[in-house]
Design a protein around this ligand. Structure first.
Ligand code: C2E
Ligand code: CA
Ligand code: CA
Ligand code: CA
Length: 275
C-alpha cells in the first residue's frame, strides 16, 4: 500500500507538471498569437424582443493554437490577464470589433468585453478613441461590457474612467449581472446603460416559479432604473417566452444564434430587412 501511495503521489506530481507545462505553452503561444493569425473574433447577436431584429452583437475572442487546437477563452483570458498580454489582446479585439461593426448597417451596435486588468494601465480611453476613429465608427454604436470585479478594485479611479469613456458616447453594460456579491450596490455606484442578466438565471425559469420571480425582479429593477435589460444564455423557446413575458429588452443565446463571423452577422441583418 505504501509503494502504491508513493506511486500515486508521483503520478499527481507529474499531473501538476502537465498543468504547468500547458500553461507555459499557452502563455508563450499567446505572445505570438496575433502575429501568427491564430486569433479571431466571433459575434453573437443580441435580439430585440420588441422587433425580433438584431440590435447589436457581442465580440467573443477565439484562439486556435497550432498544436493544441481551440482553447476556450475561460482558459486563455486569465493567462492573458496574469501575463499582461490582455492589453495587447484587448486592444486588438476592440479594433477588430469596431472594424466589423463599421461594415454592418448603422442601427447595429457592437459590444466588447473589457477585462478589469485593462483599467490598470493608462491609455484605455485613448485606445477606445483610437479604435473608433480608425474604424470611423460612431461612439454610440460601441458598448463595453464590464463585470463587477472591476468596481471592487480601485473603485473611484475606475468609476471616473468609466464616466470619461461614457463621455465619448460609448455605452457601458454590467455583464453577468446577479452572479457577484455586490451587483446591487454597483447599480448605485455607476449608472450603467445596460445590465446583462447572467445565463445561470435562465436554466429553470420555464419550470420553477421562484426562478421566474427572481428573473422578473431583476428585469423590473433594471427597467425602473432606466436600463436596457438583456437575458443571456436563452436556449429554448420556453425560456424565450418567459423572458419576453417578463419584459426583458434584449435576448442573447443559442436559441437565436451561437457566436458567428462578422459577415454572418451582416447576412443575418440583411435577411431581416428583405421583405
Ligand atoms: P461572457 O462575456 O459572459 O460571454 C458569453 C458566453 O456565453 C460566451 O462564451 C458565449 O459563447 C456563451 N453563450 C452564449 N449563449 C449561450 C447559450 O445559450 N448557452 C450557453 N451555454 N452559453 C452561451 P465564450 O465565447 O466561451 O466566452 C466566455 C467568456 O470569456 C466570456 O463570458 C467573457 O467573460 C470572456 N471573453 C470572451 N471574449 C473576450 C474578450 O475579447 N475579452 C475579454 N476580456 N473577455 C472575453
Ligand atoms: Ca460579455
Ligand atoms: Ca455574460
Ligand atoms: Ca462571464
Amino acid at each position: 500500500a505504501k509503494s502504491e501511495g508513493r506511486g500515486t503521489c508521483h503520478f499527481f506530481e507529474s499531473g501538476m507538471d502537465a498543468t504547468l507545462q500547458r500553461r507555459r505553452t499557452l502563455e508563450t503561444g499567446l505572445r505570438d498569437a496575433i502575429a501568427n493569425c491564430e486569433l479571431s473574433v466571433l459575434f453573437q447577436p443580441l435580439v430585440s424582443l420588441k422587433t425580433g431584429k438584431i440590435a447589436a452583437a457581442e465580440a467573443l475572442l477565439r484562439w486556435t493554437h497550432p498544436k493544441l487546437g481551440m482553447i476556450p477563452p475561460v482558459e486563455f483570458i486569465p493567462i492573458a490577464e496574469e501575463s499582461g498580454l490582455i492589453h495587447q489582446l484587448g486592444g486588438w479585439v476592440l479594433h477588430q470589433a469596431a472594424l466589423a461593426a463599421g461594415k454592418w448597417p448603422k442601427h447595429v451596435g457592437v459590444a466588447v468585453n473589457l477585462s478589469p486588468v485593462q483599467f490598470r494601465q493608462a491609455g484605455l480611453l485613448e485606445t477606445v478613441q483610437g479604435a473608433l476613429a480608425r474604424a470611423d465608427l460612431a461612439a454610440e454604436r460601441l458598448e463595453l461590457e464590464i463585470t463587477e470585479s472591476l468596481l471592487l478594485e480601485d473603485s473611484q479611479a475606475n468609476i471616473d474612467l468609466l464616466h470619461a469613456i461614457r463621455g465619448l458616447g460609448v455605452k457601458i453594460a454590467m455583464d453577468d449581472f446577479g452572479t457577484g456579491y455586490s451587483s446591487l450596490s454597483y447599480l448605485r455606484a455607476f449608472p450603467f446603460d445596460k445590465i446583462k442578466i447572467d445565463r445561470s438565471f435562465m436554466s429553470d425559469i420555464a419550470t420553477k416559479d421562484d426562478s421566474r420571480a427572481i428573473l422578473r425582479a431583476m428585469i423590473g429593477l433594471g427597467t425602473s432604473l432606466g436600463m436596457v435589460t438583456v437575458a443571456e444564455g436563452v436556449e429554448t423557446e420556453e425560456q424565450l417566452a418567459v423572458v419576453k413575458a417578463e419584459g426583458a429588452t434584449l435576448v442573447q443565446g443559442y436559441y437565436y444564434s451561437p457566436p458567428v463571423t462578422a459577415s454572418d452577422i451582416a447576412a443575418m441583418v440583411e435577411a431581416e430587412t428583405v421583405p
